[in-house]
Design a binder for this molecule. Structure first.
Ligand SMILES: Cc1cc2nc3c(=O)[nH]c(=O)nc-3n(C[C@H](O)[C@H](O)[C@H](O)COP(=O)(O)OP(=O)(O)OC[C@H]3O[C@@H](n4cnc5c(N)ncnc54)[C@H](O)[C@@H]3O)c2cc1C
Length: 460
């Protein structure tokens, strides 16, 4: 059946950026529609991975607003595990992903966001830099969606791509950061794992914060005392290195344990790696999923055999979707660079902050990582969210306008939610005032964002 839908703000993609954008747009009075091709509403917020980028390496909170509201609700529902310094160099926020998934739906319902899951946006109608319609297909219906303002939160920048906005993808050889099948194990004994970390800190990523004088041993002791198994086993440490050399384990830079249940015996594991030149085509994604199964099995066997405290671990499934770190970077009115990010540059047109390290996973054991200057934050200018040449399209999340280095930091969930809140708020303002994003008074946008809890000031 052909169906028409009309709204003020249409957001495509319900990952961390899209959810924040939808809540912000609706909160600011826009009739808001959120379109998602799958049934996973919340993206990697439901993966069991920690939410990064919400605090600087020094510990200061840099994302508030919609993210804070979601976190508070998650806590109210018993799904907030806590925020800790991982003793390597980042602060993380840990949640129970199933409860987070419910909290996301509850908040979308609270703000009357209209939700269109199972609907893939596959074409657009546009005229002179203005998007007139989105065309979406579900199993039973063809949708024609008309809005005053649109936001591309597809991660891959699909809407901007369909509008022929130029983009970049990958490194100089077209290679992307690896994809990962995240998996979960349960029934680990956290204190035993931490006692192994304490005895063998050489196997772990510890003490990489240039601003902290503490030794790996001291930090391992702190983790042990804390009792939270947020551990990075390092690909260069003797334990993993030997297993990689002997073919027991795939080649990778790390194996991260991320607690995601209040009893701390359940962790998601981020370790599998597969580099391709395309993360957008279904056949590549399908082949990759099947290829990664073997890495999951080997990693699970490795964990049980070699990591004390994991001998009784039970494989507890894989994340709801394959993890894609990088695809199209859509070019926007402003292009954020790695130098600005690493240098912690602040700007008067900043609409949210990033603070996650530069974090480019590579093939095998390659991994480029760099802490932000003074363990602080950088600003993301509004222009990074305006696709070049478009009058009524914004973007937020992983497809922001940035070079590869800047992207590697800004792609994390906390920062995506900050961008999403800014884009949703801006789109609602533009829809109400009938203006283009480029005409928006940024000072006014920043003021509203601040009033609604976003953090734009402070930090080193
Ligand atoms: C393995 C891995 C580990 C990571 N670890 C962490 C971590 O520990 N902490 C952290 O904070 N971040 C981590 N990240 C990064 C982070 O999870 C993502 O970059 C972030 O969630 C991206 O959010 P997004 O909203 O921009 O995009 P996505 O979450 O990808 O959301 C985009 C949504 O759009 C939908 N969509 C796409 N195209 C269309 C279309 N044409 N029509 C309709 N819907 C569409 C997709 O189905 C998807 O739901 C990790 C990423 C990976 C892959």
């Amino acid at each position: 059946m052909n169906k028409e839908m009309i709204c003020d703000v249409a957001i495509v993609g319900a990952g961390s950026a899209g959810v924040a954008a939808a809540i912000a747009a609706a909160k600011n009075g826009a009739k808001t529609l959120l379109i998602e091709s799958s049934s996973v509403i919340g993206g990697d917020l439901l993966s069991g991975l920690p939410i990064d980028g919400c605090r600087t390496t020094a510990g200061e909170w840099i994302v508030g607003g919609v993210f804070r509201e979601l976190l508070d609700l998650c806590e109210e529902l018993g799904g907030y595990i806590g925020s800790i310094y991982d003793r390597r160099n980042i602060w993380v926020v840990m949640v129970n992903p199933r409860i987070m998934g419910f909290a996301v739906l509850k908040l979308l319902a609270k703000y009357d966001v209209e939700l269109l899951p199972y609907t893939q946006v596959d074409s657009v109608v546009r005229a002179d830099g203005s998007l007139t319609k989105l065309m979406g297909k579900s199993k039973t219906d063809n949708y024609e969606i008309t809005a005053k303002q649109y936001i591309d939160c597809t991660g891959d920048g699909d809407v901007a791509y369909l509008c022929d906005v130029p983009y970049e993808m990958g490194d100089e050889n077209g290679e992307l950061q690896p994809m990962t099948m995240v998996f979960q194990i349960r029934n680990i004994h956290p204190q035993e794992v931490l006692s192994f970390v304490l005895e063998h800190p050489e196997n772990c990523g510890l003490g990489e914060n240039p601003n902290s004088p503490k030794t790996a041993k001291e930090l391992a002791q702190e983790l042990y005392d804390l009792g939270i198994p947020k551990v990075f086993f390092s690909g260069n440490g003797p334990l993993m290195k030997k297993a990689i050399e002997e073919g027991e384990l795939h080649s990778c830079s790390m194996m991260a344990f991320n607690p995601n249940a209040t009893d701390l015996s359940v962790v998601t594991v981020n370790t599998t790696r597969l580099v391709t030149k395309d993360c957008t085509s279904a056949d590549v994604l399908g082949t990759s999923m099947l290829e990664l199964v073997e890495q999951v099995e080997n990693a699970y066997r490795f964990i049980k055999k070699y990591i004390p405290g994991c001998q009784d671990a039970i494989l507890d499934g894989v994340a709801p979707r394959l993890g894609v770190r990088e695809s199209r970077r859509i070019l926007g009115e402003y292009y954020l660079t790695g130098e600005e990010v690493s240098g912690g540059v602040k700007r008067e047109d900043g609409i949210c902050k990033g603070g996650h390290e530069v974090d480019i996973h590579g093939k095998g054991e390659k991994h480029v990582r760099k802490t932000i200057k003074n363990a602080g934050s950088y600003d993301i200018p509004f222009g990074c969210l305006i696709p070049r040449g478009m009058n009524n399209l914004l973007m937020a999340g992983r497809c922001l306008s940035a070079d590869r280095v800047a992207h590697s930091s800004a792609r994390v969930m906390g920062t995506c939610m900050g961008m999403g809140q800014a884009a949703g708020t801006a789109a609602a303002m533009c829809a109400r005032e009938n203006i283009r994003p480029g005409q928006l008074e940024i000072g006014q946008l920043r003021e509203i964002l601040r009033q609604q809890g976003a953090i734009l000031d402070g930090t080193d």
